[in-house]
Design a protein around this ligand. Structure first.
Ligand SMILES: Nc1ncnc2c1ncn2[C@@H]1O[C@H](COP(=O)(O)OP(=O)(O)O)[C@@H](O)[C@H]1O
Ligand SMILES: [Mg+2]
Length: 208
């Protein structure tokens, strides 16, 4: 059994069954417009990076699917299937209280990554899954990086801000505030220079 559950710009997500249990097989497909060697190197890099960062992030306290195997010749990762709904799809249906509490939780998870000097690289609401117990899971670590600087963390926050204003335009302000509150809850005073940097990056984008 192999069922396609999502198809993004760079990968296809299959739900497969093994030993009577559900798993996800993430396959990075080729990009026909890229030179073959470059394409292959990029897919290999992102696949191995995602695999490594899923595990590192879990060690920092961020729920991520456990990885069972990685195949760098075929650009695939076999991981746990998380039963739930994309936060992006759920956001519009949630009550204000639940929405705020989920954003708060999202901000805390991003802060745990940043506390461990990891940036996610693509921190949007489509890369967060909310399970039946309202627990948040983070996926899609192909652009994630270690040894992150304040600038890199500021970019991560800026990407959240930008994603919220393009995807959740009617509720973006509440969502951003709640996310930043969760972020500060974890990082305390250390959050301040990063949030300042987020605003600076936003200003730079406006005038250049
Ligand atoms: N382990 C998983 N369990 C359940 N759903 C997943 C899992 N991994 C990804 N998905 C779903 O597939 C979508 C695309 O996966 P993602 O890793 O974000 O790939 P892409 O790089 O194409 O965005 C996610 O937004 C999520 O809804
Ligand atoms: Mg994604």
């Amino acid at each position: 059994m192999k069922q396609m559950i999502a198809r993004g710009a760079e990968s296809v997500i299959y739900k497969i069954e093994r030993w009577g249990l559900p798993f996800v097989l993430k396959w990075r497909q080729d990009k026909p417009y890229l030179l073959k060697e470059i394409d292959s190197q990029l897919r290999k890099l992102r696949t191995s990076r995602e695999c490594k960062m899923l595990t590192i992030s879990r060690a920092l306290g961020v729920p991520t699917p456990a990885v069972y195997s990685v195949d760098l010749e075929n650009y695939t990762i076999l991981m746990d299937f998380i039963t739930g709904v994309q936060f992006k799809k759920l956001a519009a249906q949630l009550s204000r209280t639940d929405l705020i509490s989920n954003c708060h939780g999202f901000g805390k998870l991003i802060a745990l990554l940043h506390e461990g000097n990891v940036v996610h690289g693509d921190p949007t609401t489509s890369n967060v899954i909310v399970d039946e117990k309202s627990r948040l899971w983070v996926v899609d670590f192909g652009l994630s990086e270690m040894n992150a600087t304040i600038e890199m963390k500021g970019v991560d926050l800026h990407l959240i801000h930008r994603a919220l204003e393009t995807t959740h335009w009617d509720i973006q302000e509440d969502m951003l505030n709640a996310t930043l509150e969760g972020y500060v809850d974890i990082l305390k005073d250390a959050a301040e220079p990063i949030i300042t940097r987020m605003s600076e990056i936003r200003e730079r984008g406006r005038y250049h």
